[in-house]
Write a new protein. Structure first.
Length: 279
């Protein structure tokens, strides 16, 4: 293949002419890398995500086409839509839980301190004794397909760790009103405070078709992100309504849900009750 300069990476990616849902793997085009079959590009609803997996190579990033996922969806025909959903429809394998991820014990002091701090029910978690992480299993259709671990040791990096990377979201609860929050701990807190809702944490910085398919299972949707995420809140609301047709309400919070700010929790409860009574 022809190797290119790093500042020509985007031009090289564009030359591949990948359609929505298509992926391509090849040798790294960076002249100071030239990794064999280590470079991947994927067109995921308007975002060309590329990365070289060779150790030491820094080539990687996201090339945005300028359209949101929802806008691209609206332009797709049925055949394109089905192709993009191929991976969603396939059942994921059950995650093999590592032997060092165990049922929590009273002797796990760092674990106990963390769950007490946030008021988390122990039944929703496990403990990674090797890396000292509170582990939140992610279940799809009753099977654990992934898990998210929160570091509880001092100066641990990364703070959050994905065990398989298979899941795109974390949900907890049984209600037909969905509350979308910033992180897993906020989802657990929301579901514990309002047992008649389902809470969802977006595991990432943007939504994809898997999120929208799941969101479409619920009757009503509330977005309750951190106060500094106003731009993301507006984007999520627009995309959810375009994609799923679900009426979506956005909340203005004083603080992150996991802090259980009184006014925030009361406002959320009132909003959920208003939505339920309007059915």
């Amino acid at each position: 293949m022809v190797y290119v300069r790093k500042n020509d990476i985007r031009q090289f990616i564009n030359s591949l002419d990948l359609k929505d849902g298509e992926r391509h793997r090849c040798d790294c085009p960076a002249p100071d890398c030239r990794g064999k079959n280590t470079f991947t590009v994927a067109n995921i609803f308007g975002e060309l995500k590329y990365n070289c997996f060779k150790l030491g190579c820094r080539v990687g990033g996201i090339y945005d086409t300028g359209m949101t996922a929802a806008e691209i969806f609206l332009r797709m025909n049925e055949q394109q839509f089905q192709r993009a959903y191929t991976n969603i429809k396939k059942g994921k394998e059950t995650m093999e839980i590592p032997e060092y991820v165990v049922t929590p014990k009273a002797s796990h002091t760092k674990y106990q301190r963390y769950v007490r701090r946030w008021g988390i029910a122990i039944g929703d978690t496990m403990y990674d004794v090797k890396d000292e992480r509170v582990v939140f299993p992610i279940k799809h259709d009753g099977r654990i397909v992934d898990a998210v671990g929160r570091a509880v040791g001092k100066k641990q990096h990364p703070k959050w760790y994905r065990y398989t990377g298979e899941a795109d979201y974390y949900t907890i609860g049984i209600g037909k009103t969905l509350v979308i929050v910033e992180d897993v701990v906020s989802a657990v807190v929301a579901a514990q405070e309002l047992p008649y809702i389902t809470a969802m944490a977006i595991l990432g910085t943007s939504m994809n078709p898997k999120h929208f398919e799941k969101i479409g299972e619920y009757d009503k949707v509330i977005i309750a992100l951190d106060p500094d995420a106003i731009g993301k809140t507006v984007e999520y609301r627009r995309e959810i309504e375009l994609w799923t047709g679900r009426k979506t309400t956005a909340m203005n919070l004083i603080d992150d849900i996991k802090y259980r700010e009184y006014e925030d929790m009361e406002k959320l409860k009132e909003l959920v009750n208003e939505i339920s009574s309007s059915d």
